[in-house]
Design a protein. Structure first.
Length: 128
């Protein structure tokens, strides 16, 4: 199952519409609400964090609780061009400081966001 949380009621309508269009009602559970308040632990193998410009500290802490051990967090962020590797090292260190053992699966530039920044995603395996 995939749990899809959306805080915006307008966007939530489109989430439901797309679930029906793609005929995935039996696999996707739409939830209208704030993902920070969704506090189930060890729920998923993958947690997508698509918050730009960057997930908050609170969102990261919740994602680390939700993901199962050996699961992957997909951390989307805006990063200064040329600083992608430094951002990755900083992020891994921060996750370690929160008491988890992270390892990078991969990182990618999704697209150029502005003349000075890229939209990047870091796929990080979390060991508990």
């Amino acid at each position: 199952r995939l749990y899809a949380l959306e805080i915006n009621p307008y966007a939530f309508r489109f989430l439901i519409e797309n679930i029906v269009i793609n005929d995935v009602q039996n696999r996707v559970v739409p939830i209208l609400g704030n993902n920070v308040r969704f506090l189930r632990e060890d729920l998923g193998d993958h947690v997508l964090m698509g918050f730009l410009p960057e997930p908050t500290q609170e969102q990261l802490v919740v994602a680390l609780k939700i993901v199962r051990s050996r699961g992957v967090i997909h951390y989307h962020t805006l990063v200064k061009k040329g600083e992608e590797k430094n951002k990755m090292d900083e992020l891994l260190k921060h996750i370690e400081d929160l008491g988890y053992k992270p390892s990078i699966v991969e990182y990618r530039i999704i697209k150029s966001f502005s003349p000075s920044k890229n939209h990047a995603v870091y796929r990080i395996r979390i060991y508990k």
